[in-house]
Design a protein around this ligand. Structure first.
Ligand SMILES: Cc1cc2nc3c(=O)[nH]c(=O)nc-3n(C[C@H](O)[C@H](O)[C@H](O)COP(=O)(O)OP(=O)(O)OC[C@H]3O[C@@H](n4cnc5c(N)ncnc54)[C@H](O)[C@@H]3O)c2cc1C
Length: 647
């Protein structure tokens, strides 16, 4: 790569390179998204001092900031016919065990409590205006609206655009000290040692470049998951991925440097969303998620059939929201995982290739006019209006352009719900990917360090982030009652300042976009769909070369470019964690979407376990954990949450 001279740019904020501020607190929360806000709230309610560090503006930051149209796994709501235990087991089985038993049990047990809390904070969770009175999916007593399985009623349709402002106000009301537009850059550890107790973090202001030292007794990581590892568009960087631009997996990278153990990082799926290839998520006519269970027609207007898990054609729209004969409940439409178990498989349309063989003609269209009135308004209006990326780009813009759901069809562009087709080498951490390994307190392997939301391995969804955030926050607060020294190691401060300032002190060098391109192309070339020891090893060598050469030449002209550069350095670390994990699993696995050409046998029984990786003494330590390491869900939850249970 060639170095370029970067000319200075005008900058509208005062520059404070080298200025330093120290903040001391009991609990430090890194990431002010859904999990981070909930962690701050529950810790503050325990009466400890809380500081919340957020790269953007808390009121709308993160994947849940712009909205959320459905709240999953509220198994304890009064209308639910499934128990938290049943639902968690279903989620575990549907992924062949490769799921987080602890965090999803917390989601199923406490998610509904968080919804009720949200309502008290002023957010909207019920059809209080009776817009959907009489609808099949409404409970007339509670005014709750349900999605997917109308019989078992554990997923709620919600007004998710009201959630983040309510959480932000609650944090302020509780006296949480909020540091916005501040990027956490690295963790502080006792004596600066990897693997030692975490005593805070460093941060940098995204507008002024001011340096922060946050000194804390306990730290909660809530910075979402890695993105832009395989997918990066220099022309449209903001929509390179499904998750928001600020979420680059900084928490994973800084955890790795501190010695955190990860699980399931070998799992990646063929990409499903990226701005250069697809429409906004859930912005095209389809049948999943926001759009479940919309009628579809082919190019000739022929209706596409819906079938239950047995292949029985469903003759009414209502049947698409009901379990099959003899089935207790189903998870989501089509299934929770990419390979739904028969036991939990929900109604779906026939697969596209089967439809084509039967003579159906592309393109397909969502037939909103063909849906009953309540269902049509629930999809186009409520859900498209509340979902993360559709409120403005789709609902507002299309409506203003004249789209009328009572009359118009909306085209589908990919197969099923993905709205695009990707190459096998274009991959993403989507669905239920890897992340930080946790115990029953949502603590990582490092003392004083907790994780929540999409930071955890096998994490997903808003209710999961809310429930695990609240849970991690209260356990972190409990930890602070211990007495210990919170000393900051001066050499760690010097090294971090030097690392950051070296990027802004260069006169010429490489920009963040070039480096991101280089990393993502390396990942596409060496960590695509089919992997082997040879290709992964050369890939790791290529990443090492990027780190030793290009990464040390990065240049930034202002705080904006500095933040982007630090993010790309984190993306590089995340790429290394992923490649290392792929090398460590020497067996292919269907549910992990993991194909090793040198170990082609799928899911041999001796590999049915979690492979963990963590850095130790300048090497990678590979470990393993039983697939059911969490033990009895009810019993262990009880042991660790007596106070919460008895409240
Ligand atoms: C388009 C879209 C639609 C979705 N719809 C639904 C839905 O309908 N239902 C559902 O259940 N789930 C939905 N999800 C998923 C859900 O939004 C996420 O699972 C949830 O927000 C995860 O919460 P989190 O706190 O882990 O991450 P986030 O809410 O993304 O928060 C992470 C926060 O960390 C901050 N951050 C990152 N790095 C740093 C750093 N270095 N320093 C400081 N701060 C940092 C970010 O700015 C962000 O605010 C959707 C996601 C997307 C992208």
């Amino acid at each position: 790569m060639t170095e370029q001279i970067h000319y200075p740019l005008e900058w509208p904020y005062p520059i404070k390179w080298g200025e330093e501020k120290t903040v001391t607190t009991d609990v430090l929360i890194l990431g002010g998204g859904i999990a981070g806000c909930w962690a701050a709230i529950s810790a503050a309610k325990k009466g400890v001092k809380v500081a919340l560090v957020e790269k953007g503006a808390v009121i709308r930051s993160g994947a849940g900031g712009s909205g959320c149209d459905h709240w999953e796994s509220a198994a304890t709501n009064p209308c639910s016919k499934v128990t938290p235990e049943e639902l968690t087991q279903a989620m575990l089985q549907d992924h062949n065990g490769y799921n987080n038993g602890i965090s999803h049990y917390i989601e199923c047990r406490e998610g509904y409590d968080r919804l009720l809390d949200l309502e008290k904070m002023g957010a909207k969770i019920r059809d209080t205006e009776d817009e959907f009175k009489g609808a099949e999916f409404r409970d007339e007593n509670t005014k709750f609206l349900f999605a997917y399985d109308y019989e078992n009623r554990f997923t709620l349709r919600v007004w998710g655009t009201t959630f983040k402002p309510a959480l932000f106000q609650e944090c302020k009301r509780l006296g949480v000290k909020i540091f916005e537009r501040t990027m956490a850059t690295s963790l502080l550890t006792e004596q600066g040692r990897q693997g030692a107790r975490v005593v805070g973090a460093f941060g940098i202001h995204t507008r002024t470049g001011e340096f922060f030292i946050f000194n804390a007794k306990a730290t909660v990581l809530a910075m979402s998951r890695p993105t832009r590892v395989w997918l990066f568009s220099p022309g449209l960087p903001g929509i390179s991925e499904f998750r928001p631009f600020q979420c680059t997996g900084d928490g994973h990278a800084m955890g790795w440097k501190a010695g955190v153990e990860f699980a399931m990082m070998e799992k990646s799926v063929r990409a499903e969303w990226s701005g250069t290839r697809s429409y906004p998520p859930y912005g095209t006519g389809n049948t999943h998620n926001t759009w479940y269970a919309c009628s579809m027609v082919d190019a000739n207007g022929k209706e596409i059939p819906w079938v239950d898990r047995d292949g029985t054609i469903l003759t009414t729209v209502s049947q698409r929201y009901r379990p099959a004969l003899g089935q207790k409940f189903f998870i989501k439409g089509g299934g929770e995982s990419d390979f739904p178990l028969y036991k939990y498989k929900g109604p779906d349309t026939l697969p596209v290739n089967e439809l084509l063989k039967k003579g159906y003609k592309l393109p397909f269209y969502a037939d909103l006019p063909g849906m009953p009135d309540h269902e049509r308004r629930a999809i186009w209006g409520l859900m498209v209006g509340q979902e993360g990326k559709t409120k403005f780009p789709i609902l507002k813009n299309y409506t203003e352009a004249g789209f009328d759901p009572d009359r118009d069809l909306l085209q589908s562009y990919g197969d099923g719900w993905k709205s695009a087709s990707f190459l096998p080498r274009e991959r993403q951490l989507f669905g239920v990917p890897g992340g930080m390994f946790n115990d029953w307190k949502l603590r990582t392997n490092i003392e004083g360090l907790y994780a929540a939301g999409d930071q955890l391995f096998a994490s997903d969804c808003h209710g999961h982030a809310a429930a695990t955030g609240h849970y991690a926050g209260r356990h972190a607060a409990d930890f602070t009652s211990k007495t210990f020294k919170m000393e900051v190691a001066p050499h760690q401060v010097t090294a971090e300042r030097k690392r950051i300032l070296s990027i802004v002190n260069r006169a010429k060098g490489l920009g963040w976009k070039e480096l991101n391109m280089h990393i993502s192309r390396t990942m596409q070339n060496h960590c695509g769909e089919v992997k082997s020891k040879g290709i992964l090893k050369t890939g790791l060598d290529a990443l090492k070369a990027i780190r030793e050469d290009d990464a040390s030449k990065m240049v930034a002209r202002n705080p904006h470019e500095l933040i982007r550069s630090l993010e790309v350095l984190n993306i590089l670390t995340n790429a290394e964690i992923i490649m290392t994990s792929c090398l460590a699993r020497r067996a292919s696995s269907k549910h992990l979407h993991f194909h090793r050409s040198d170990y082609p046998e799928k899911d041999p029984s001796d590999w049915h376990k979690f492979i963990t990786v963590k850095p130790e003494d300048n090497k990678v330590r590979i470990g393993e954990m039983p697939i059911d390491y969490y033990g009895s869900l009810q019993e262990n939850y009880g042991i660790h949450n007596g106070e919460y249970r008895n409240r």
